[in-house]
Write a protein that binds this ligand. Sequence first.
Ligand code: AMP
Length: 116
Amino acid sequence: MDGTGCIFCRIASGQMAADIVAEDDLVVAFRDLSAQAPTHILLIPRQHLRSAAELTEEHGPMLGRLFATAARLALDEGVARDGFRVVTNSGPAAGQSVDHLHFHLLGGRSFSWPPG
Ligand code: AMP
């Protein structure tokens, strides 16, 4: 799939507005519209991948950039010291609602484990 009609592709290309907090040639990070924590940022690859199920070793550079961006944003948001969570939902059983790979960066409160 090429991402036609994908809302996260539209955000990454600037066709749809979002509260973007970081972006470069590989990844884009923007605030979740429906924040589940004081800090709730979505990190996506510019490349359209439907979910983590499509990841291969060739995506290593993009993932390295994405997680380094998440770590920097956690520092910027002031949640790195107390702790934060980075999570991705893949497929319907995990509750994925947007079919473009994305990682949630959540912080600013305590989280339970295991997740629901
Ligand atoms: P998931 O349920 O793991 O697929 O996460 C999708 C997330 O995207 C949800 O937390 C939504 O609130 C968020 N979301 C959907 N549309 C937008 C949008 N246009 N801008 C920002 N966040 C969005």
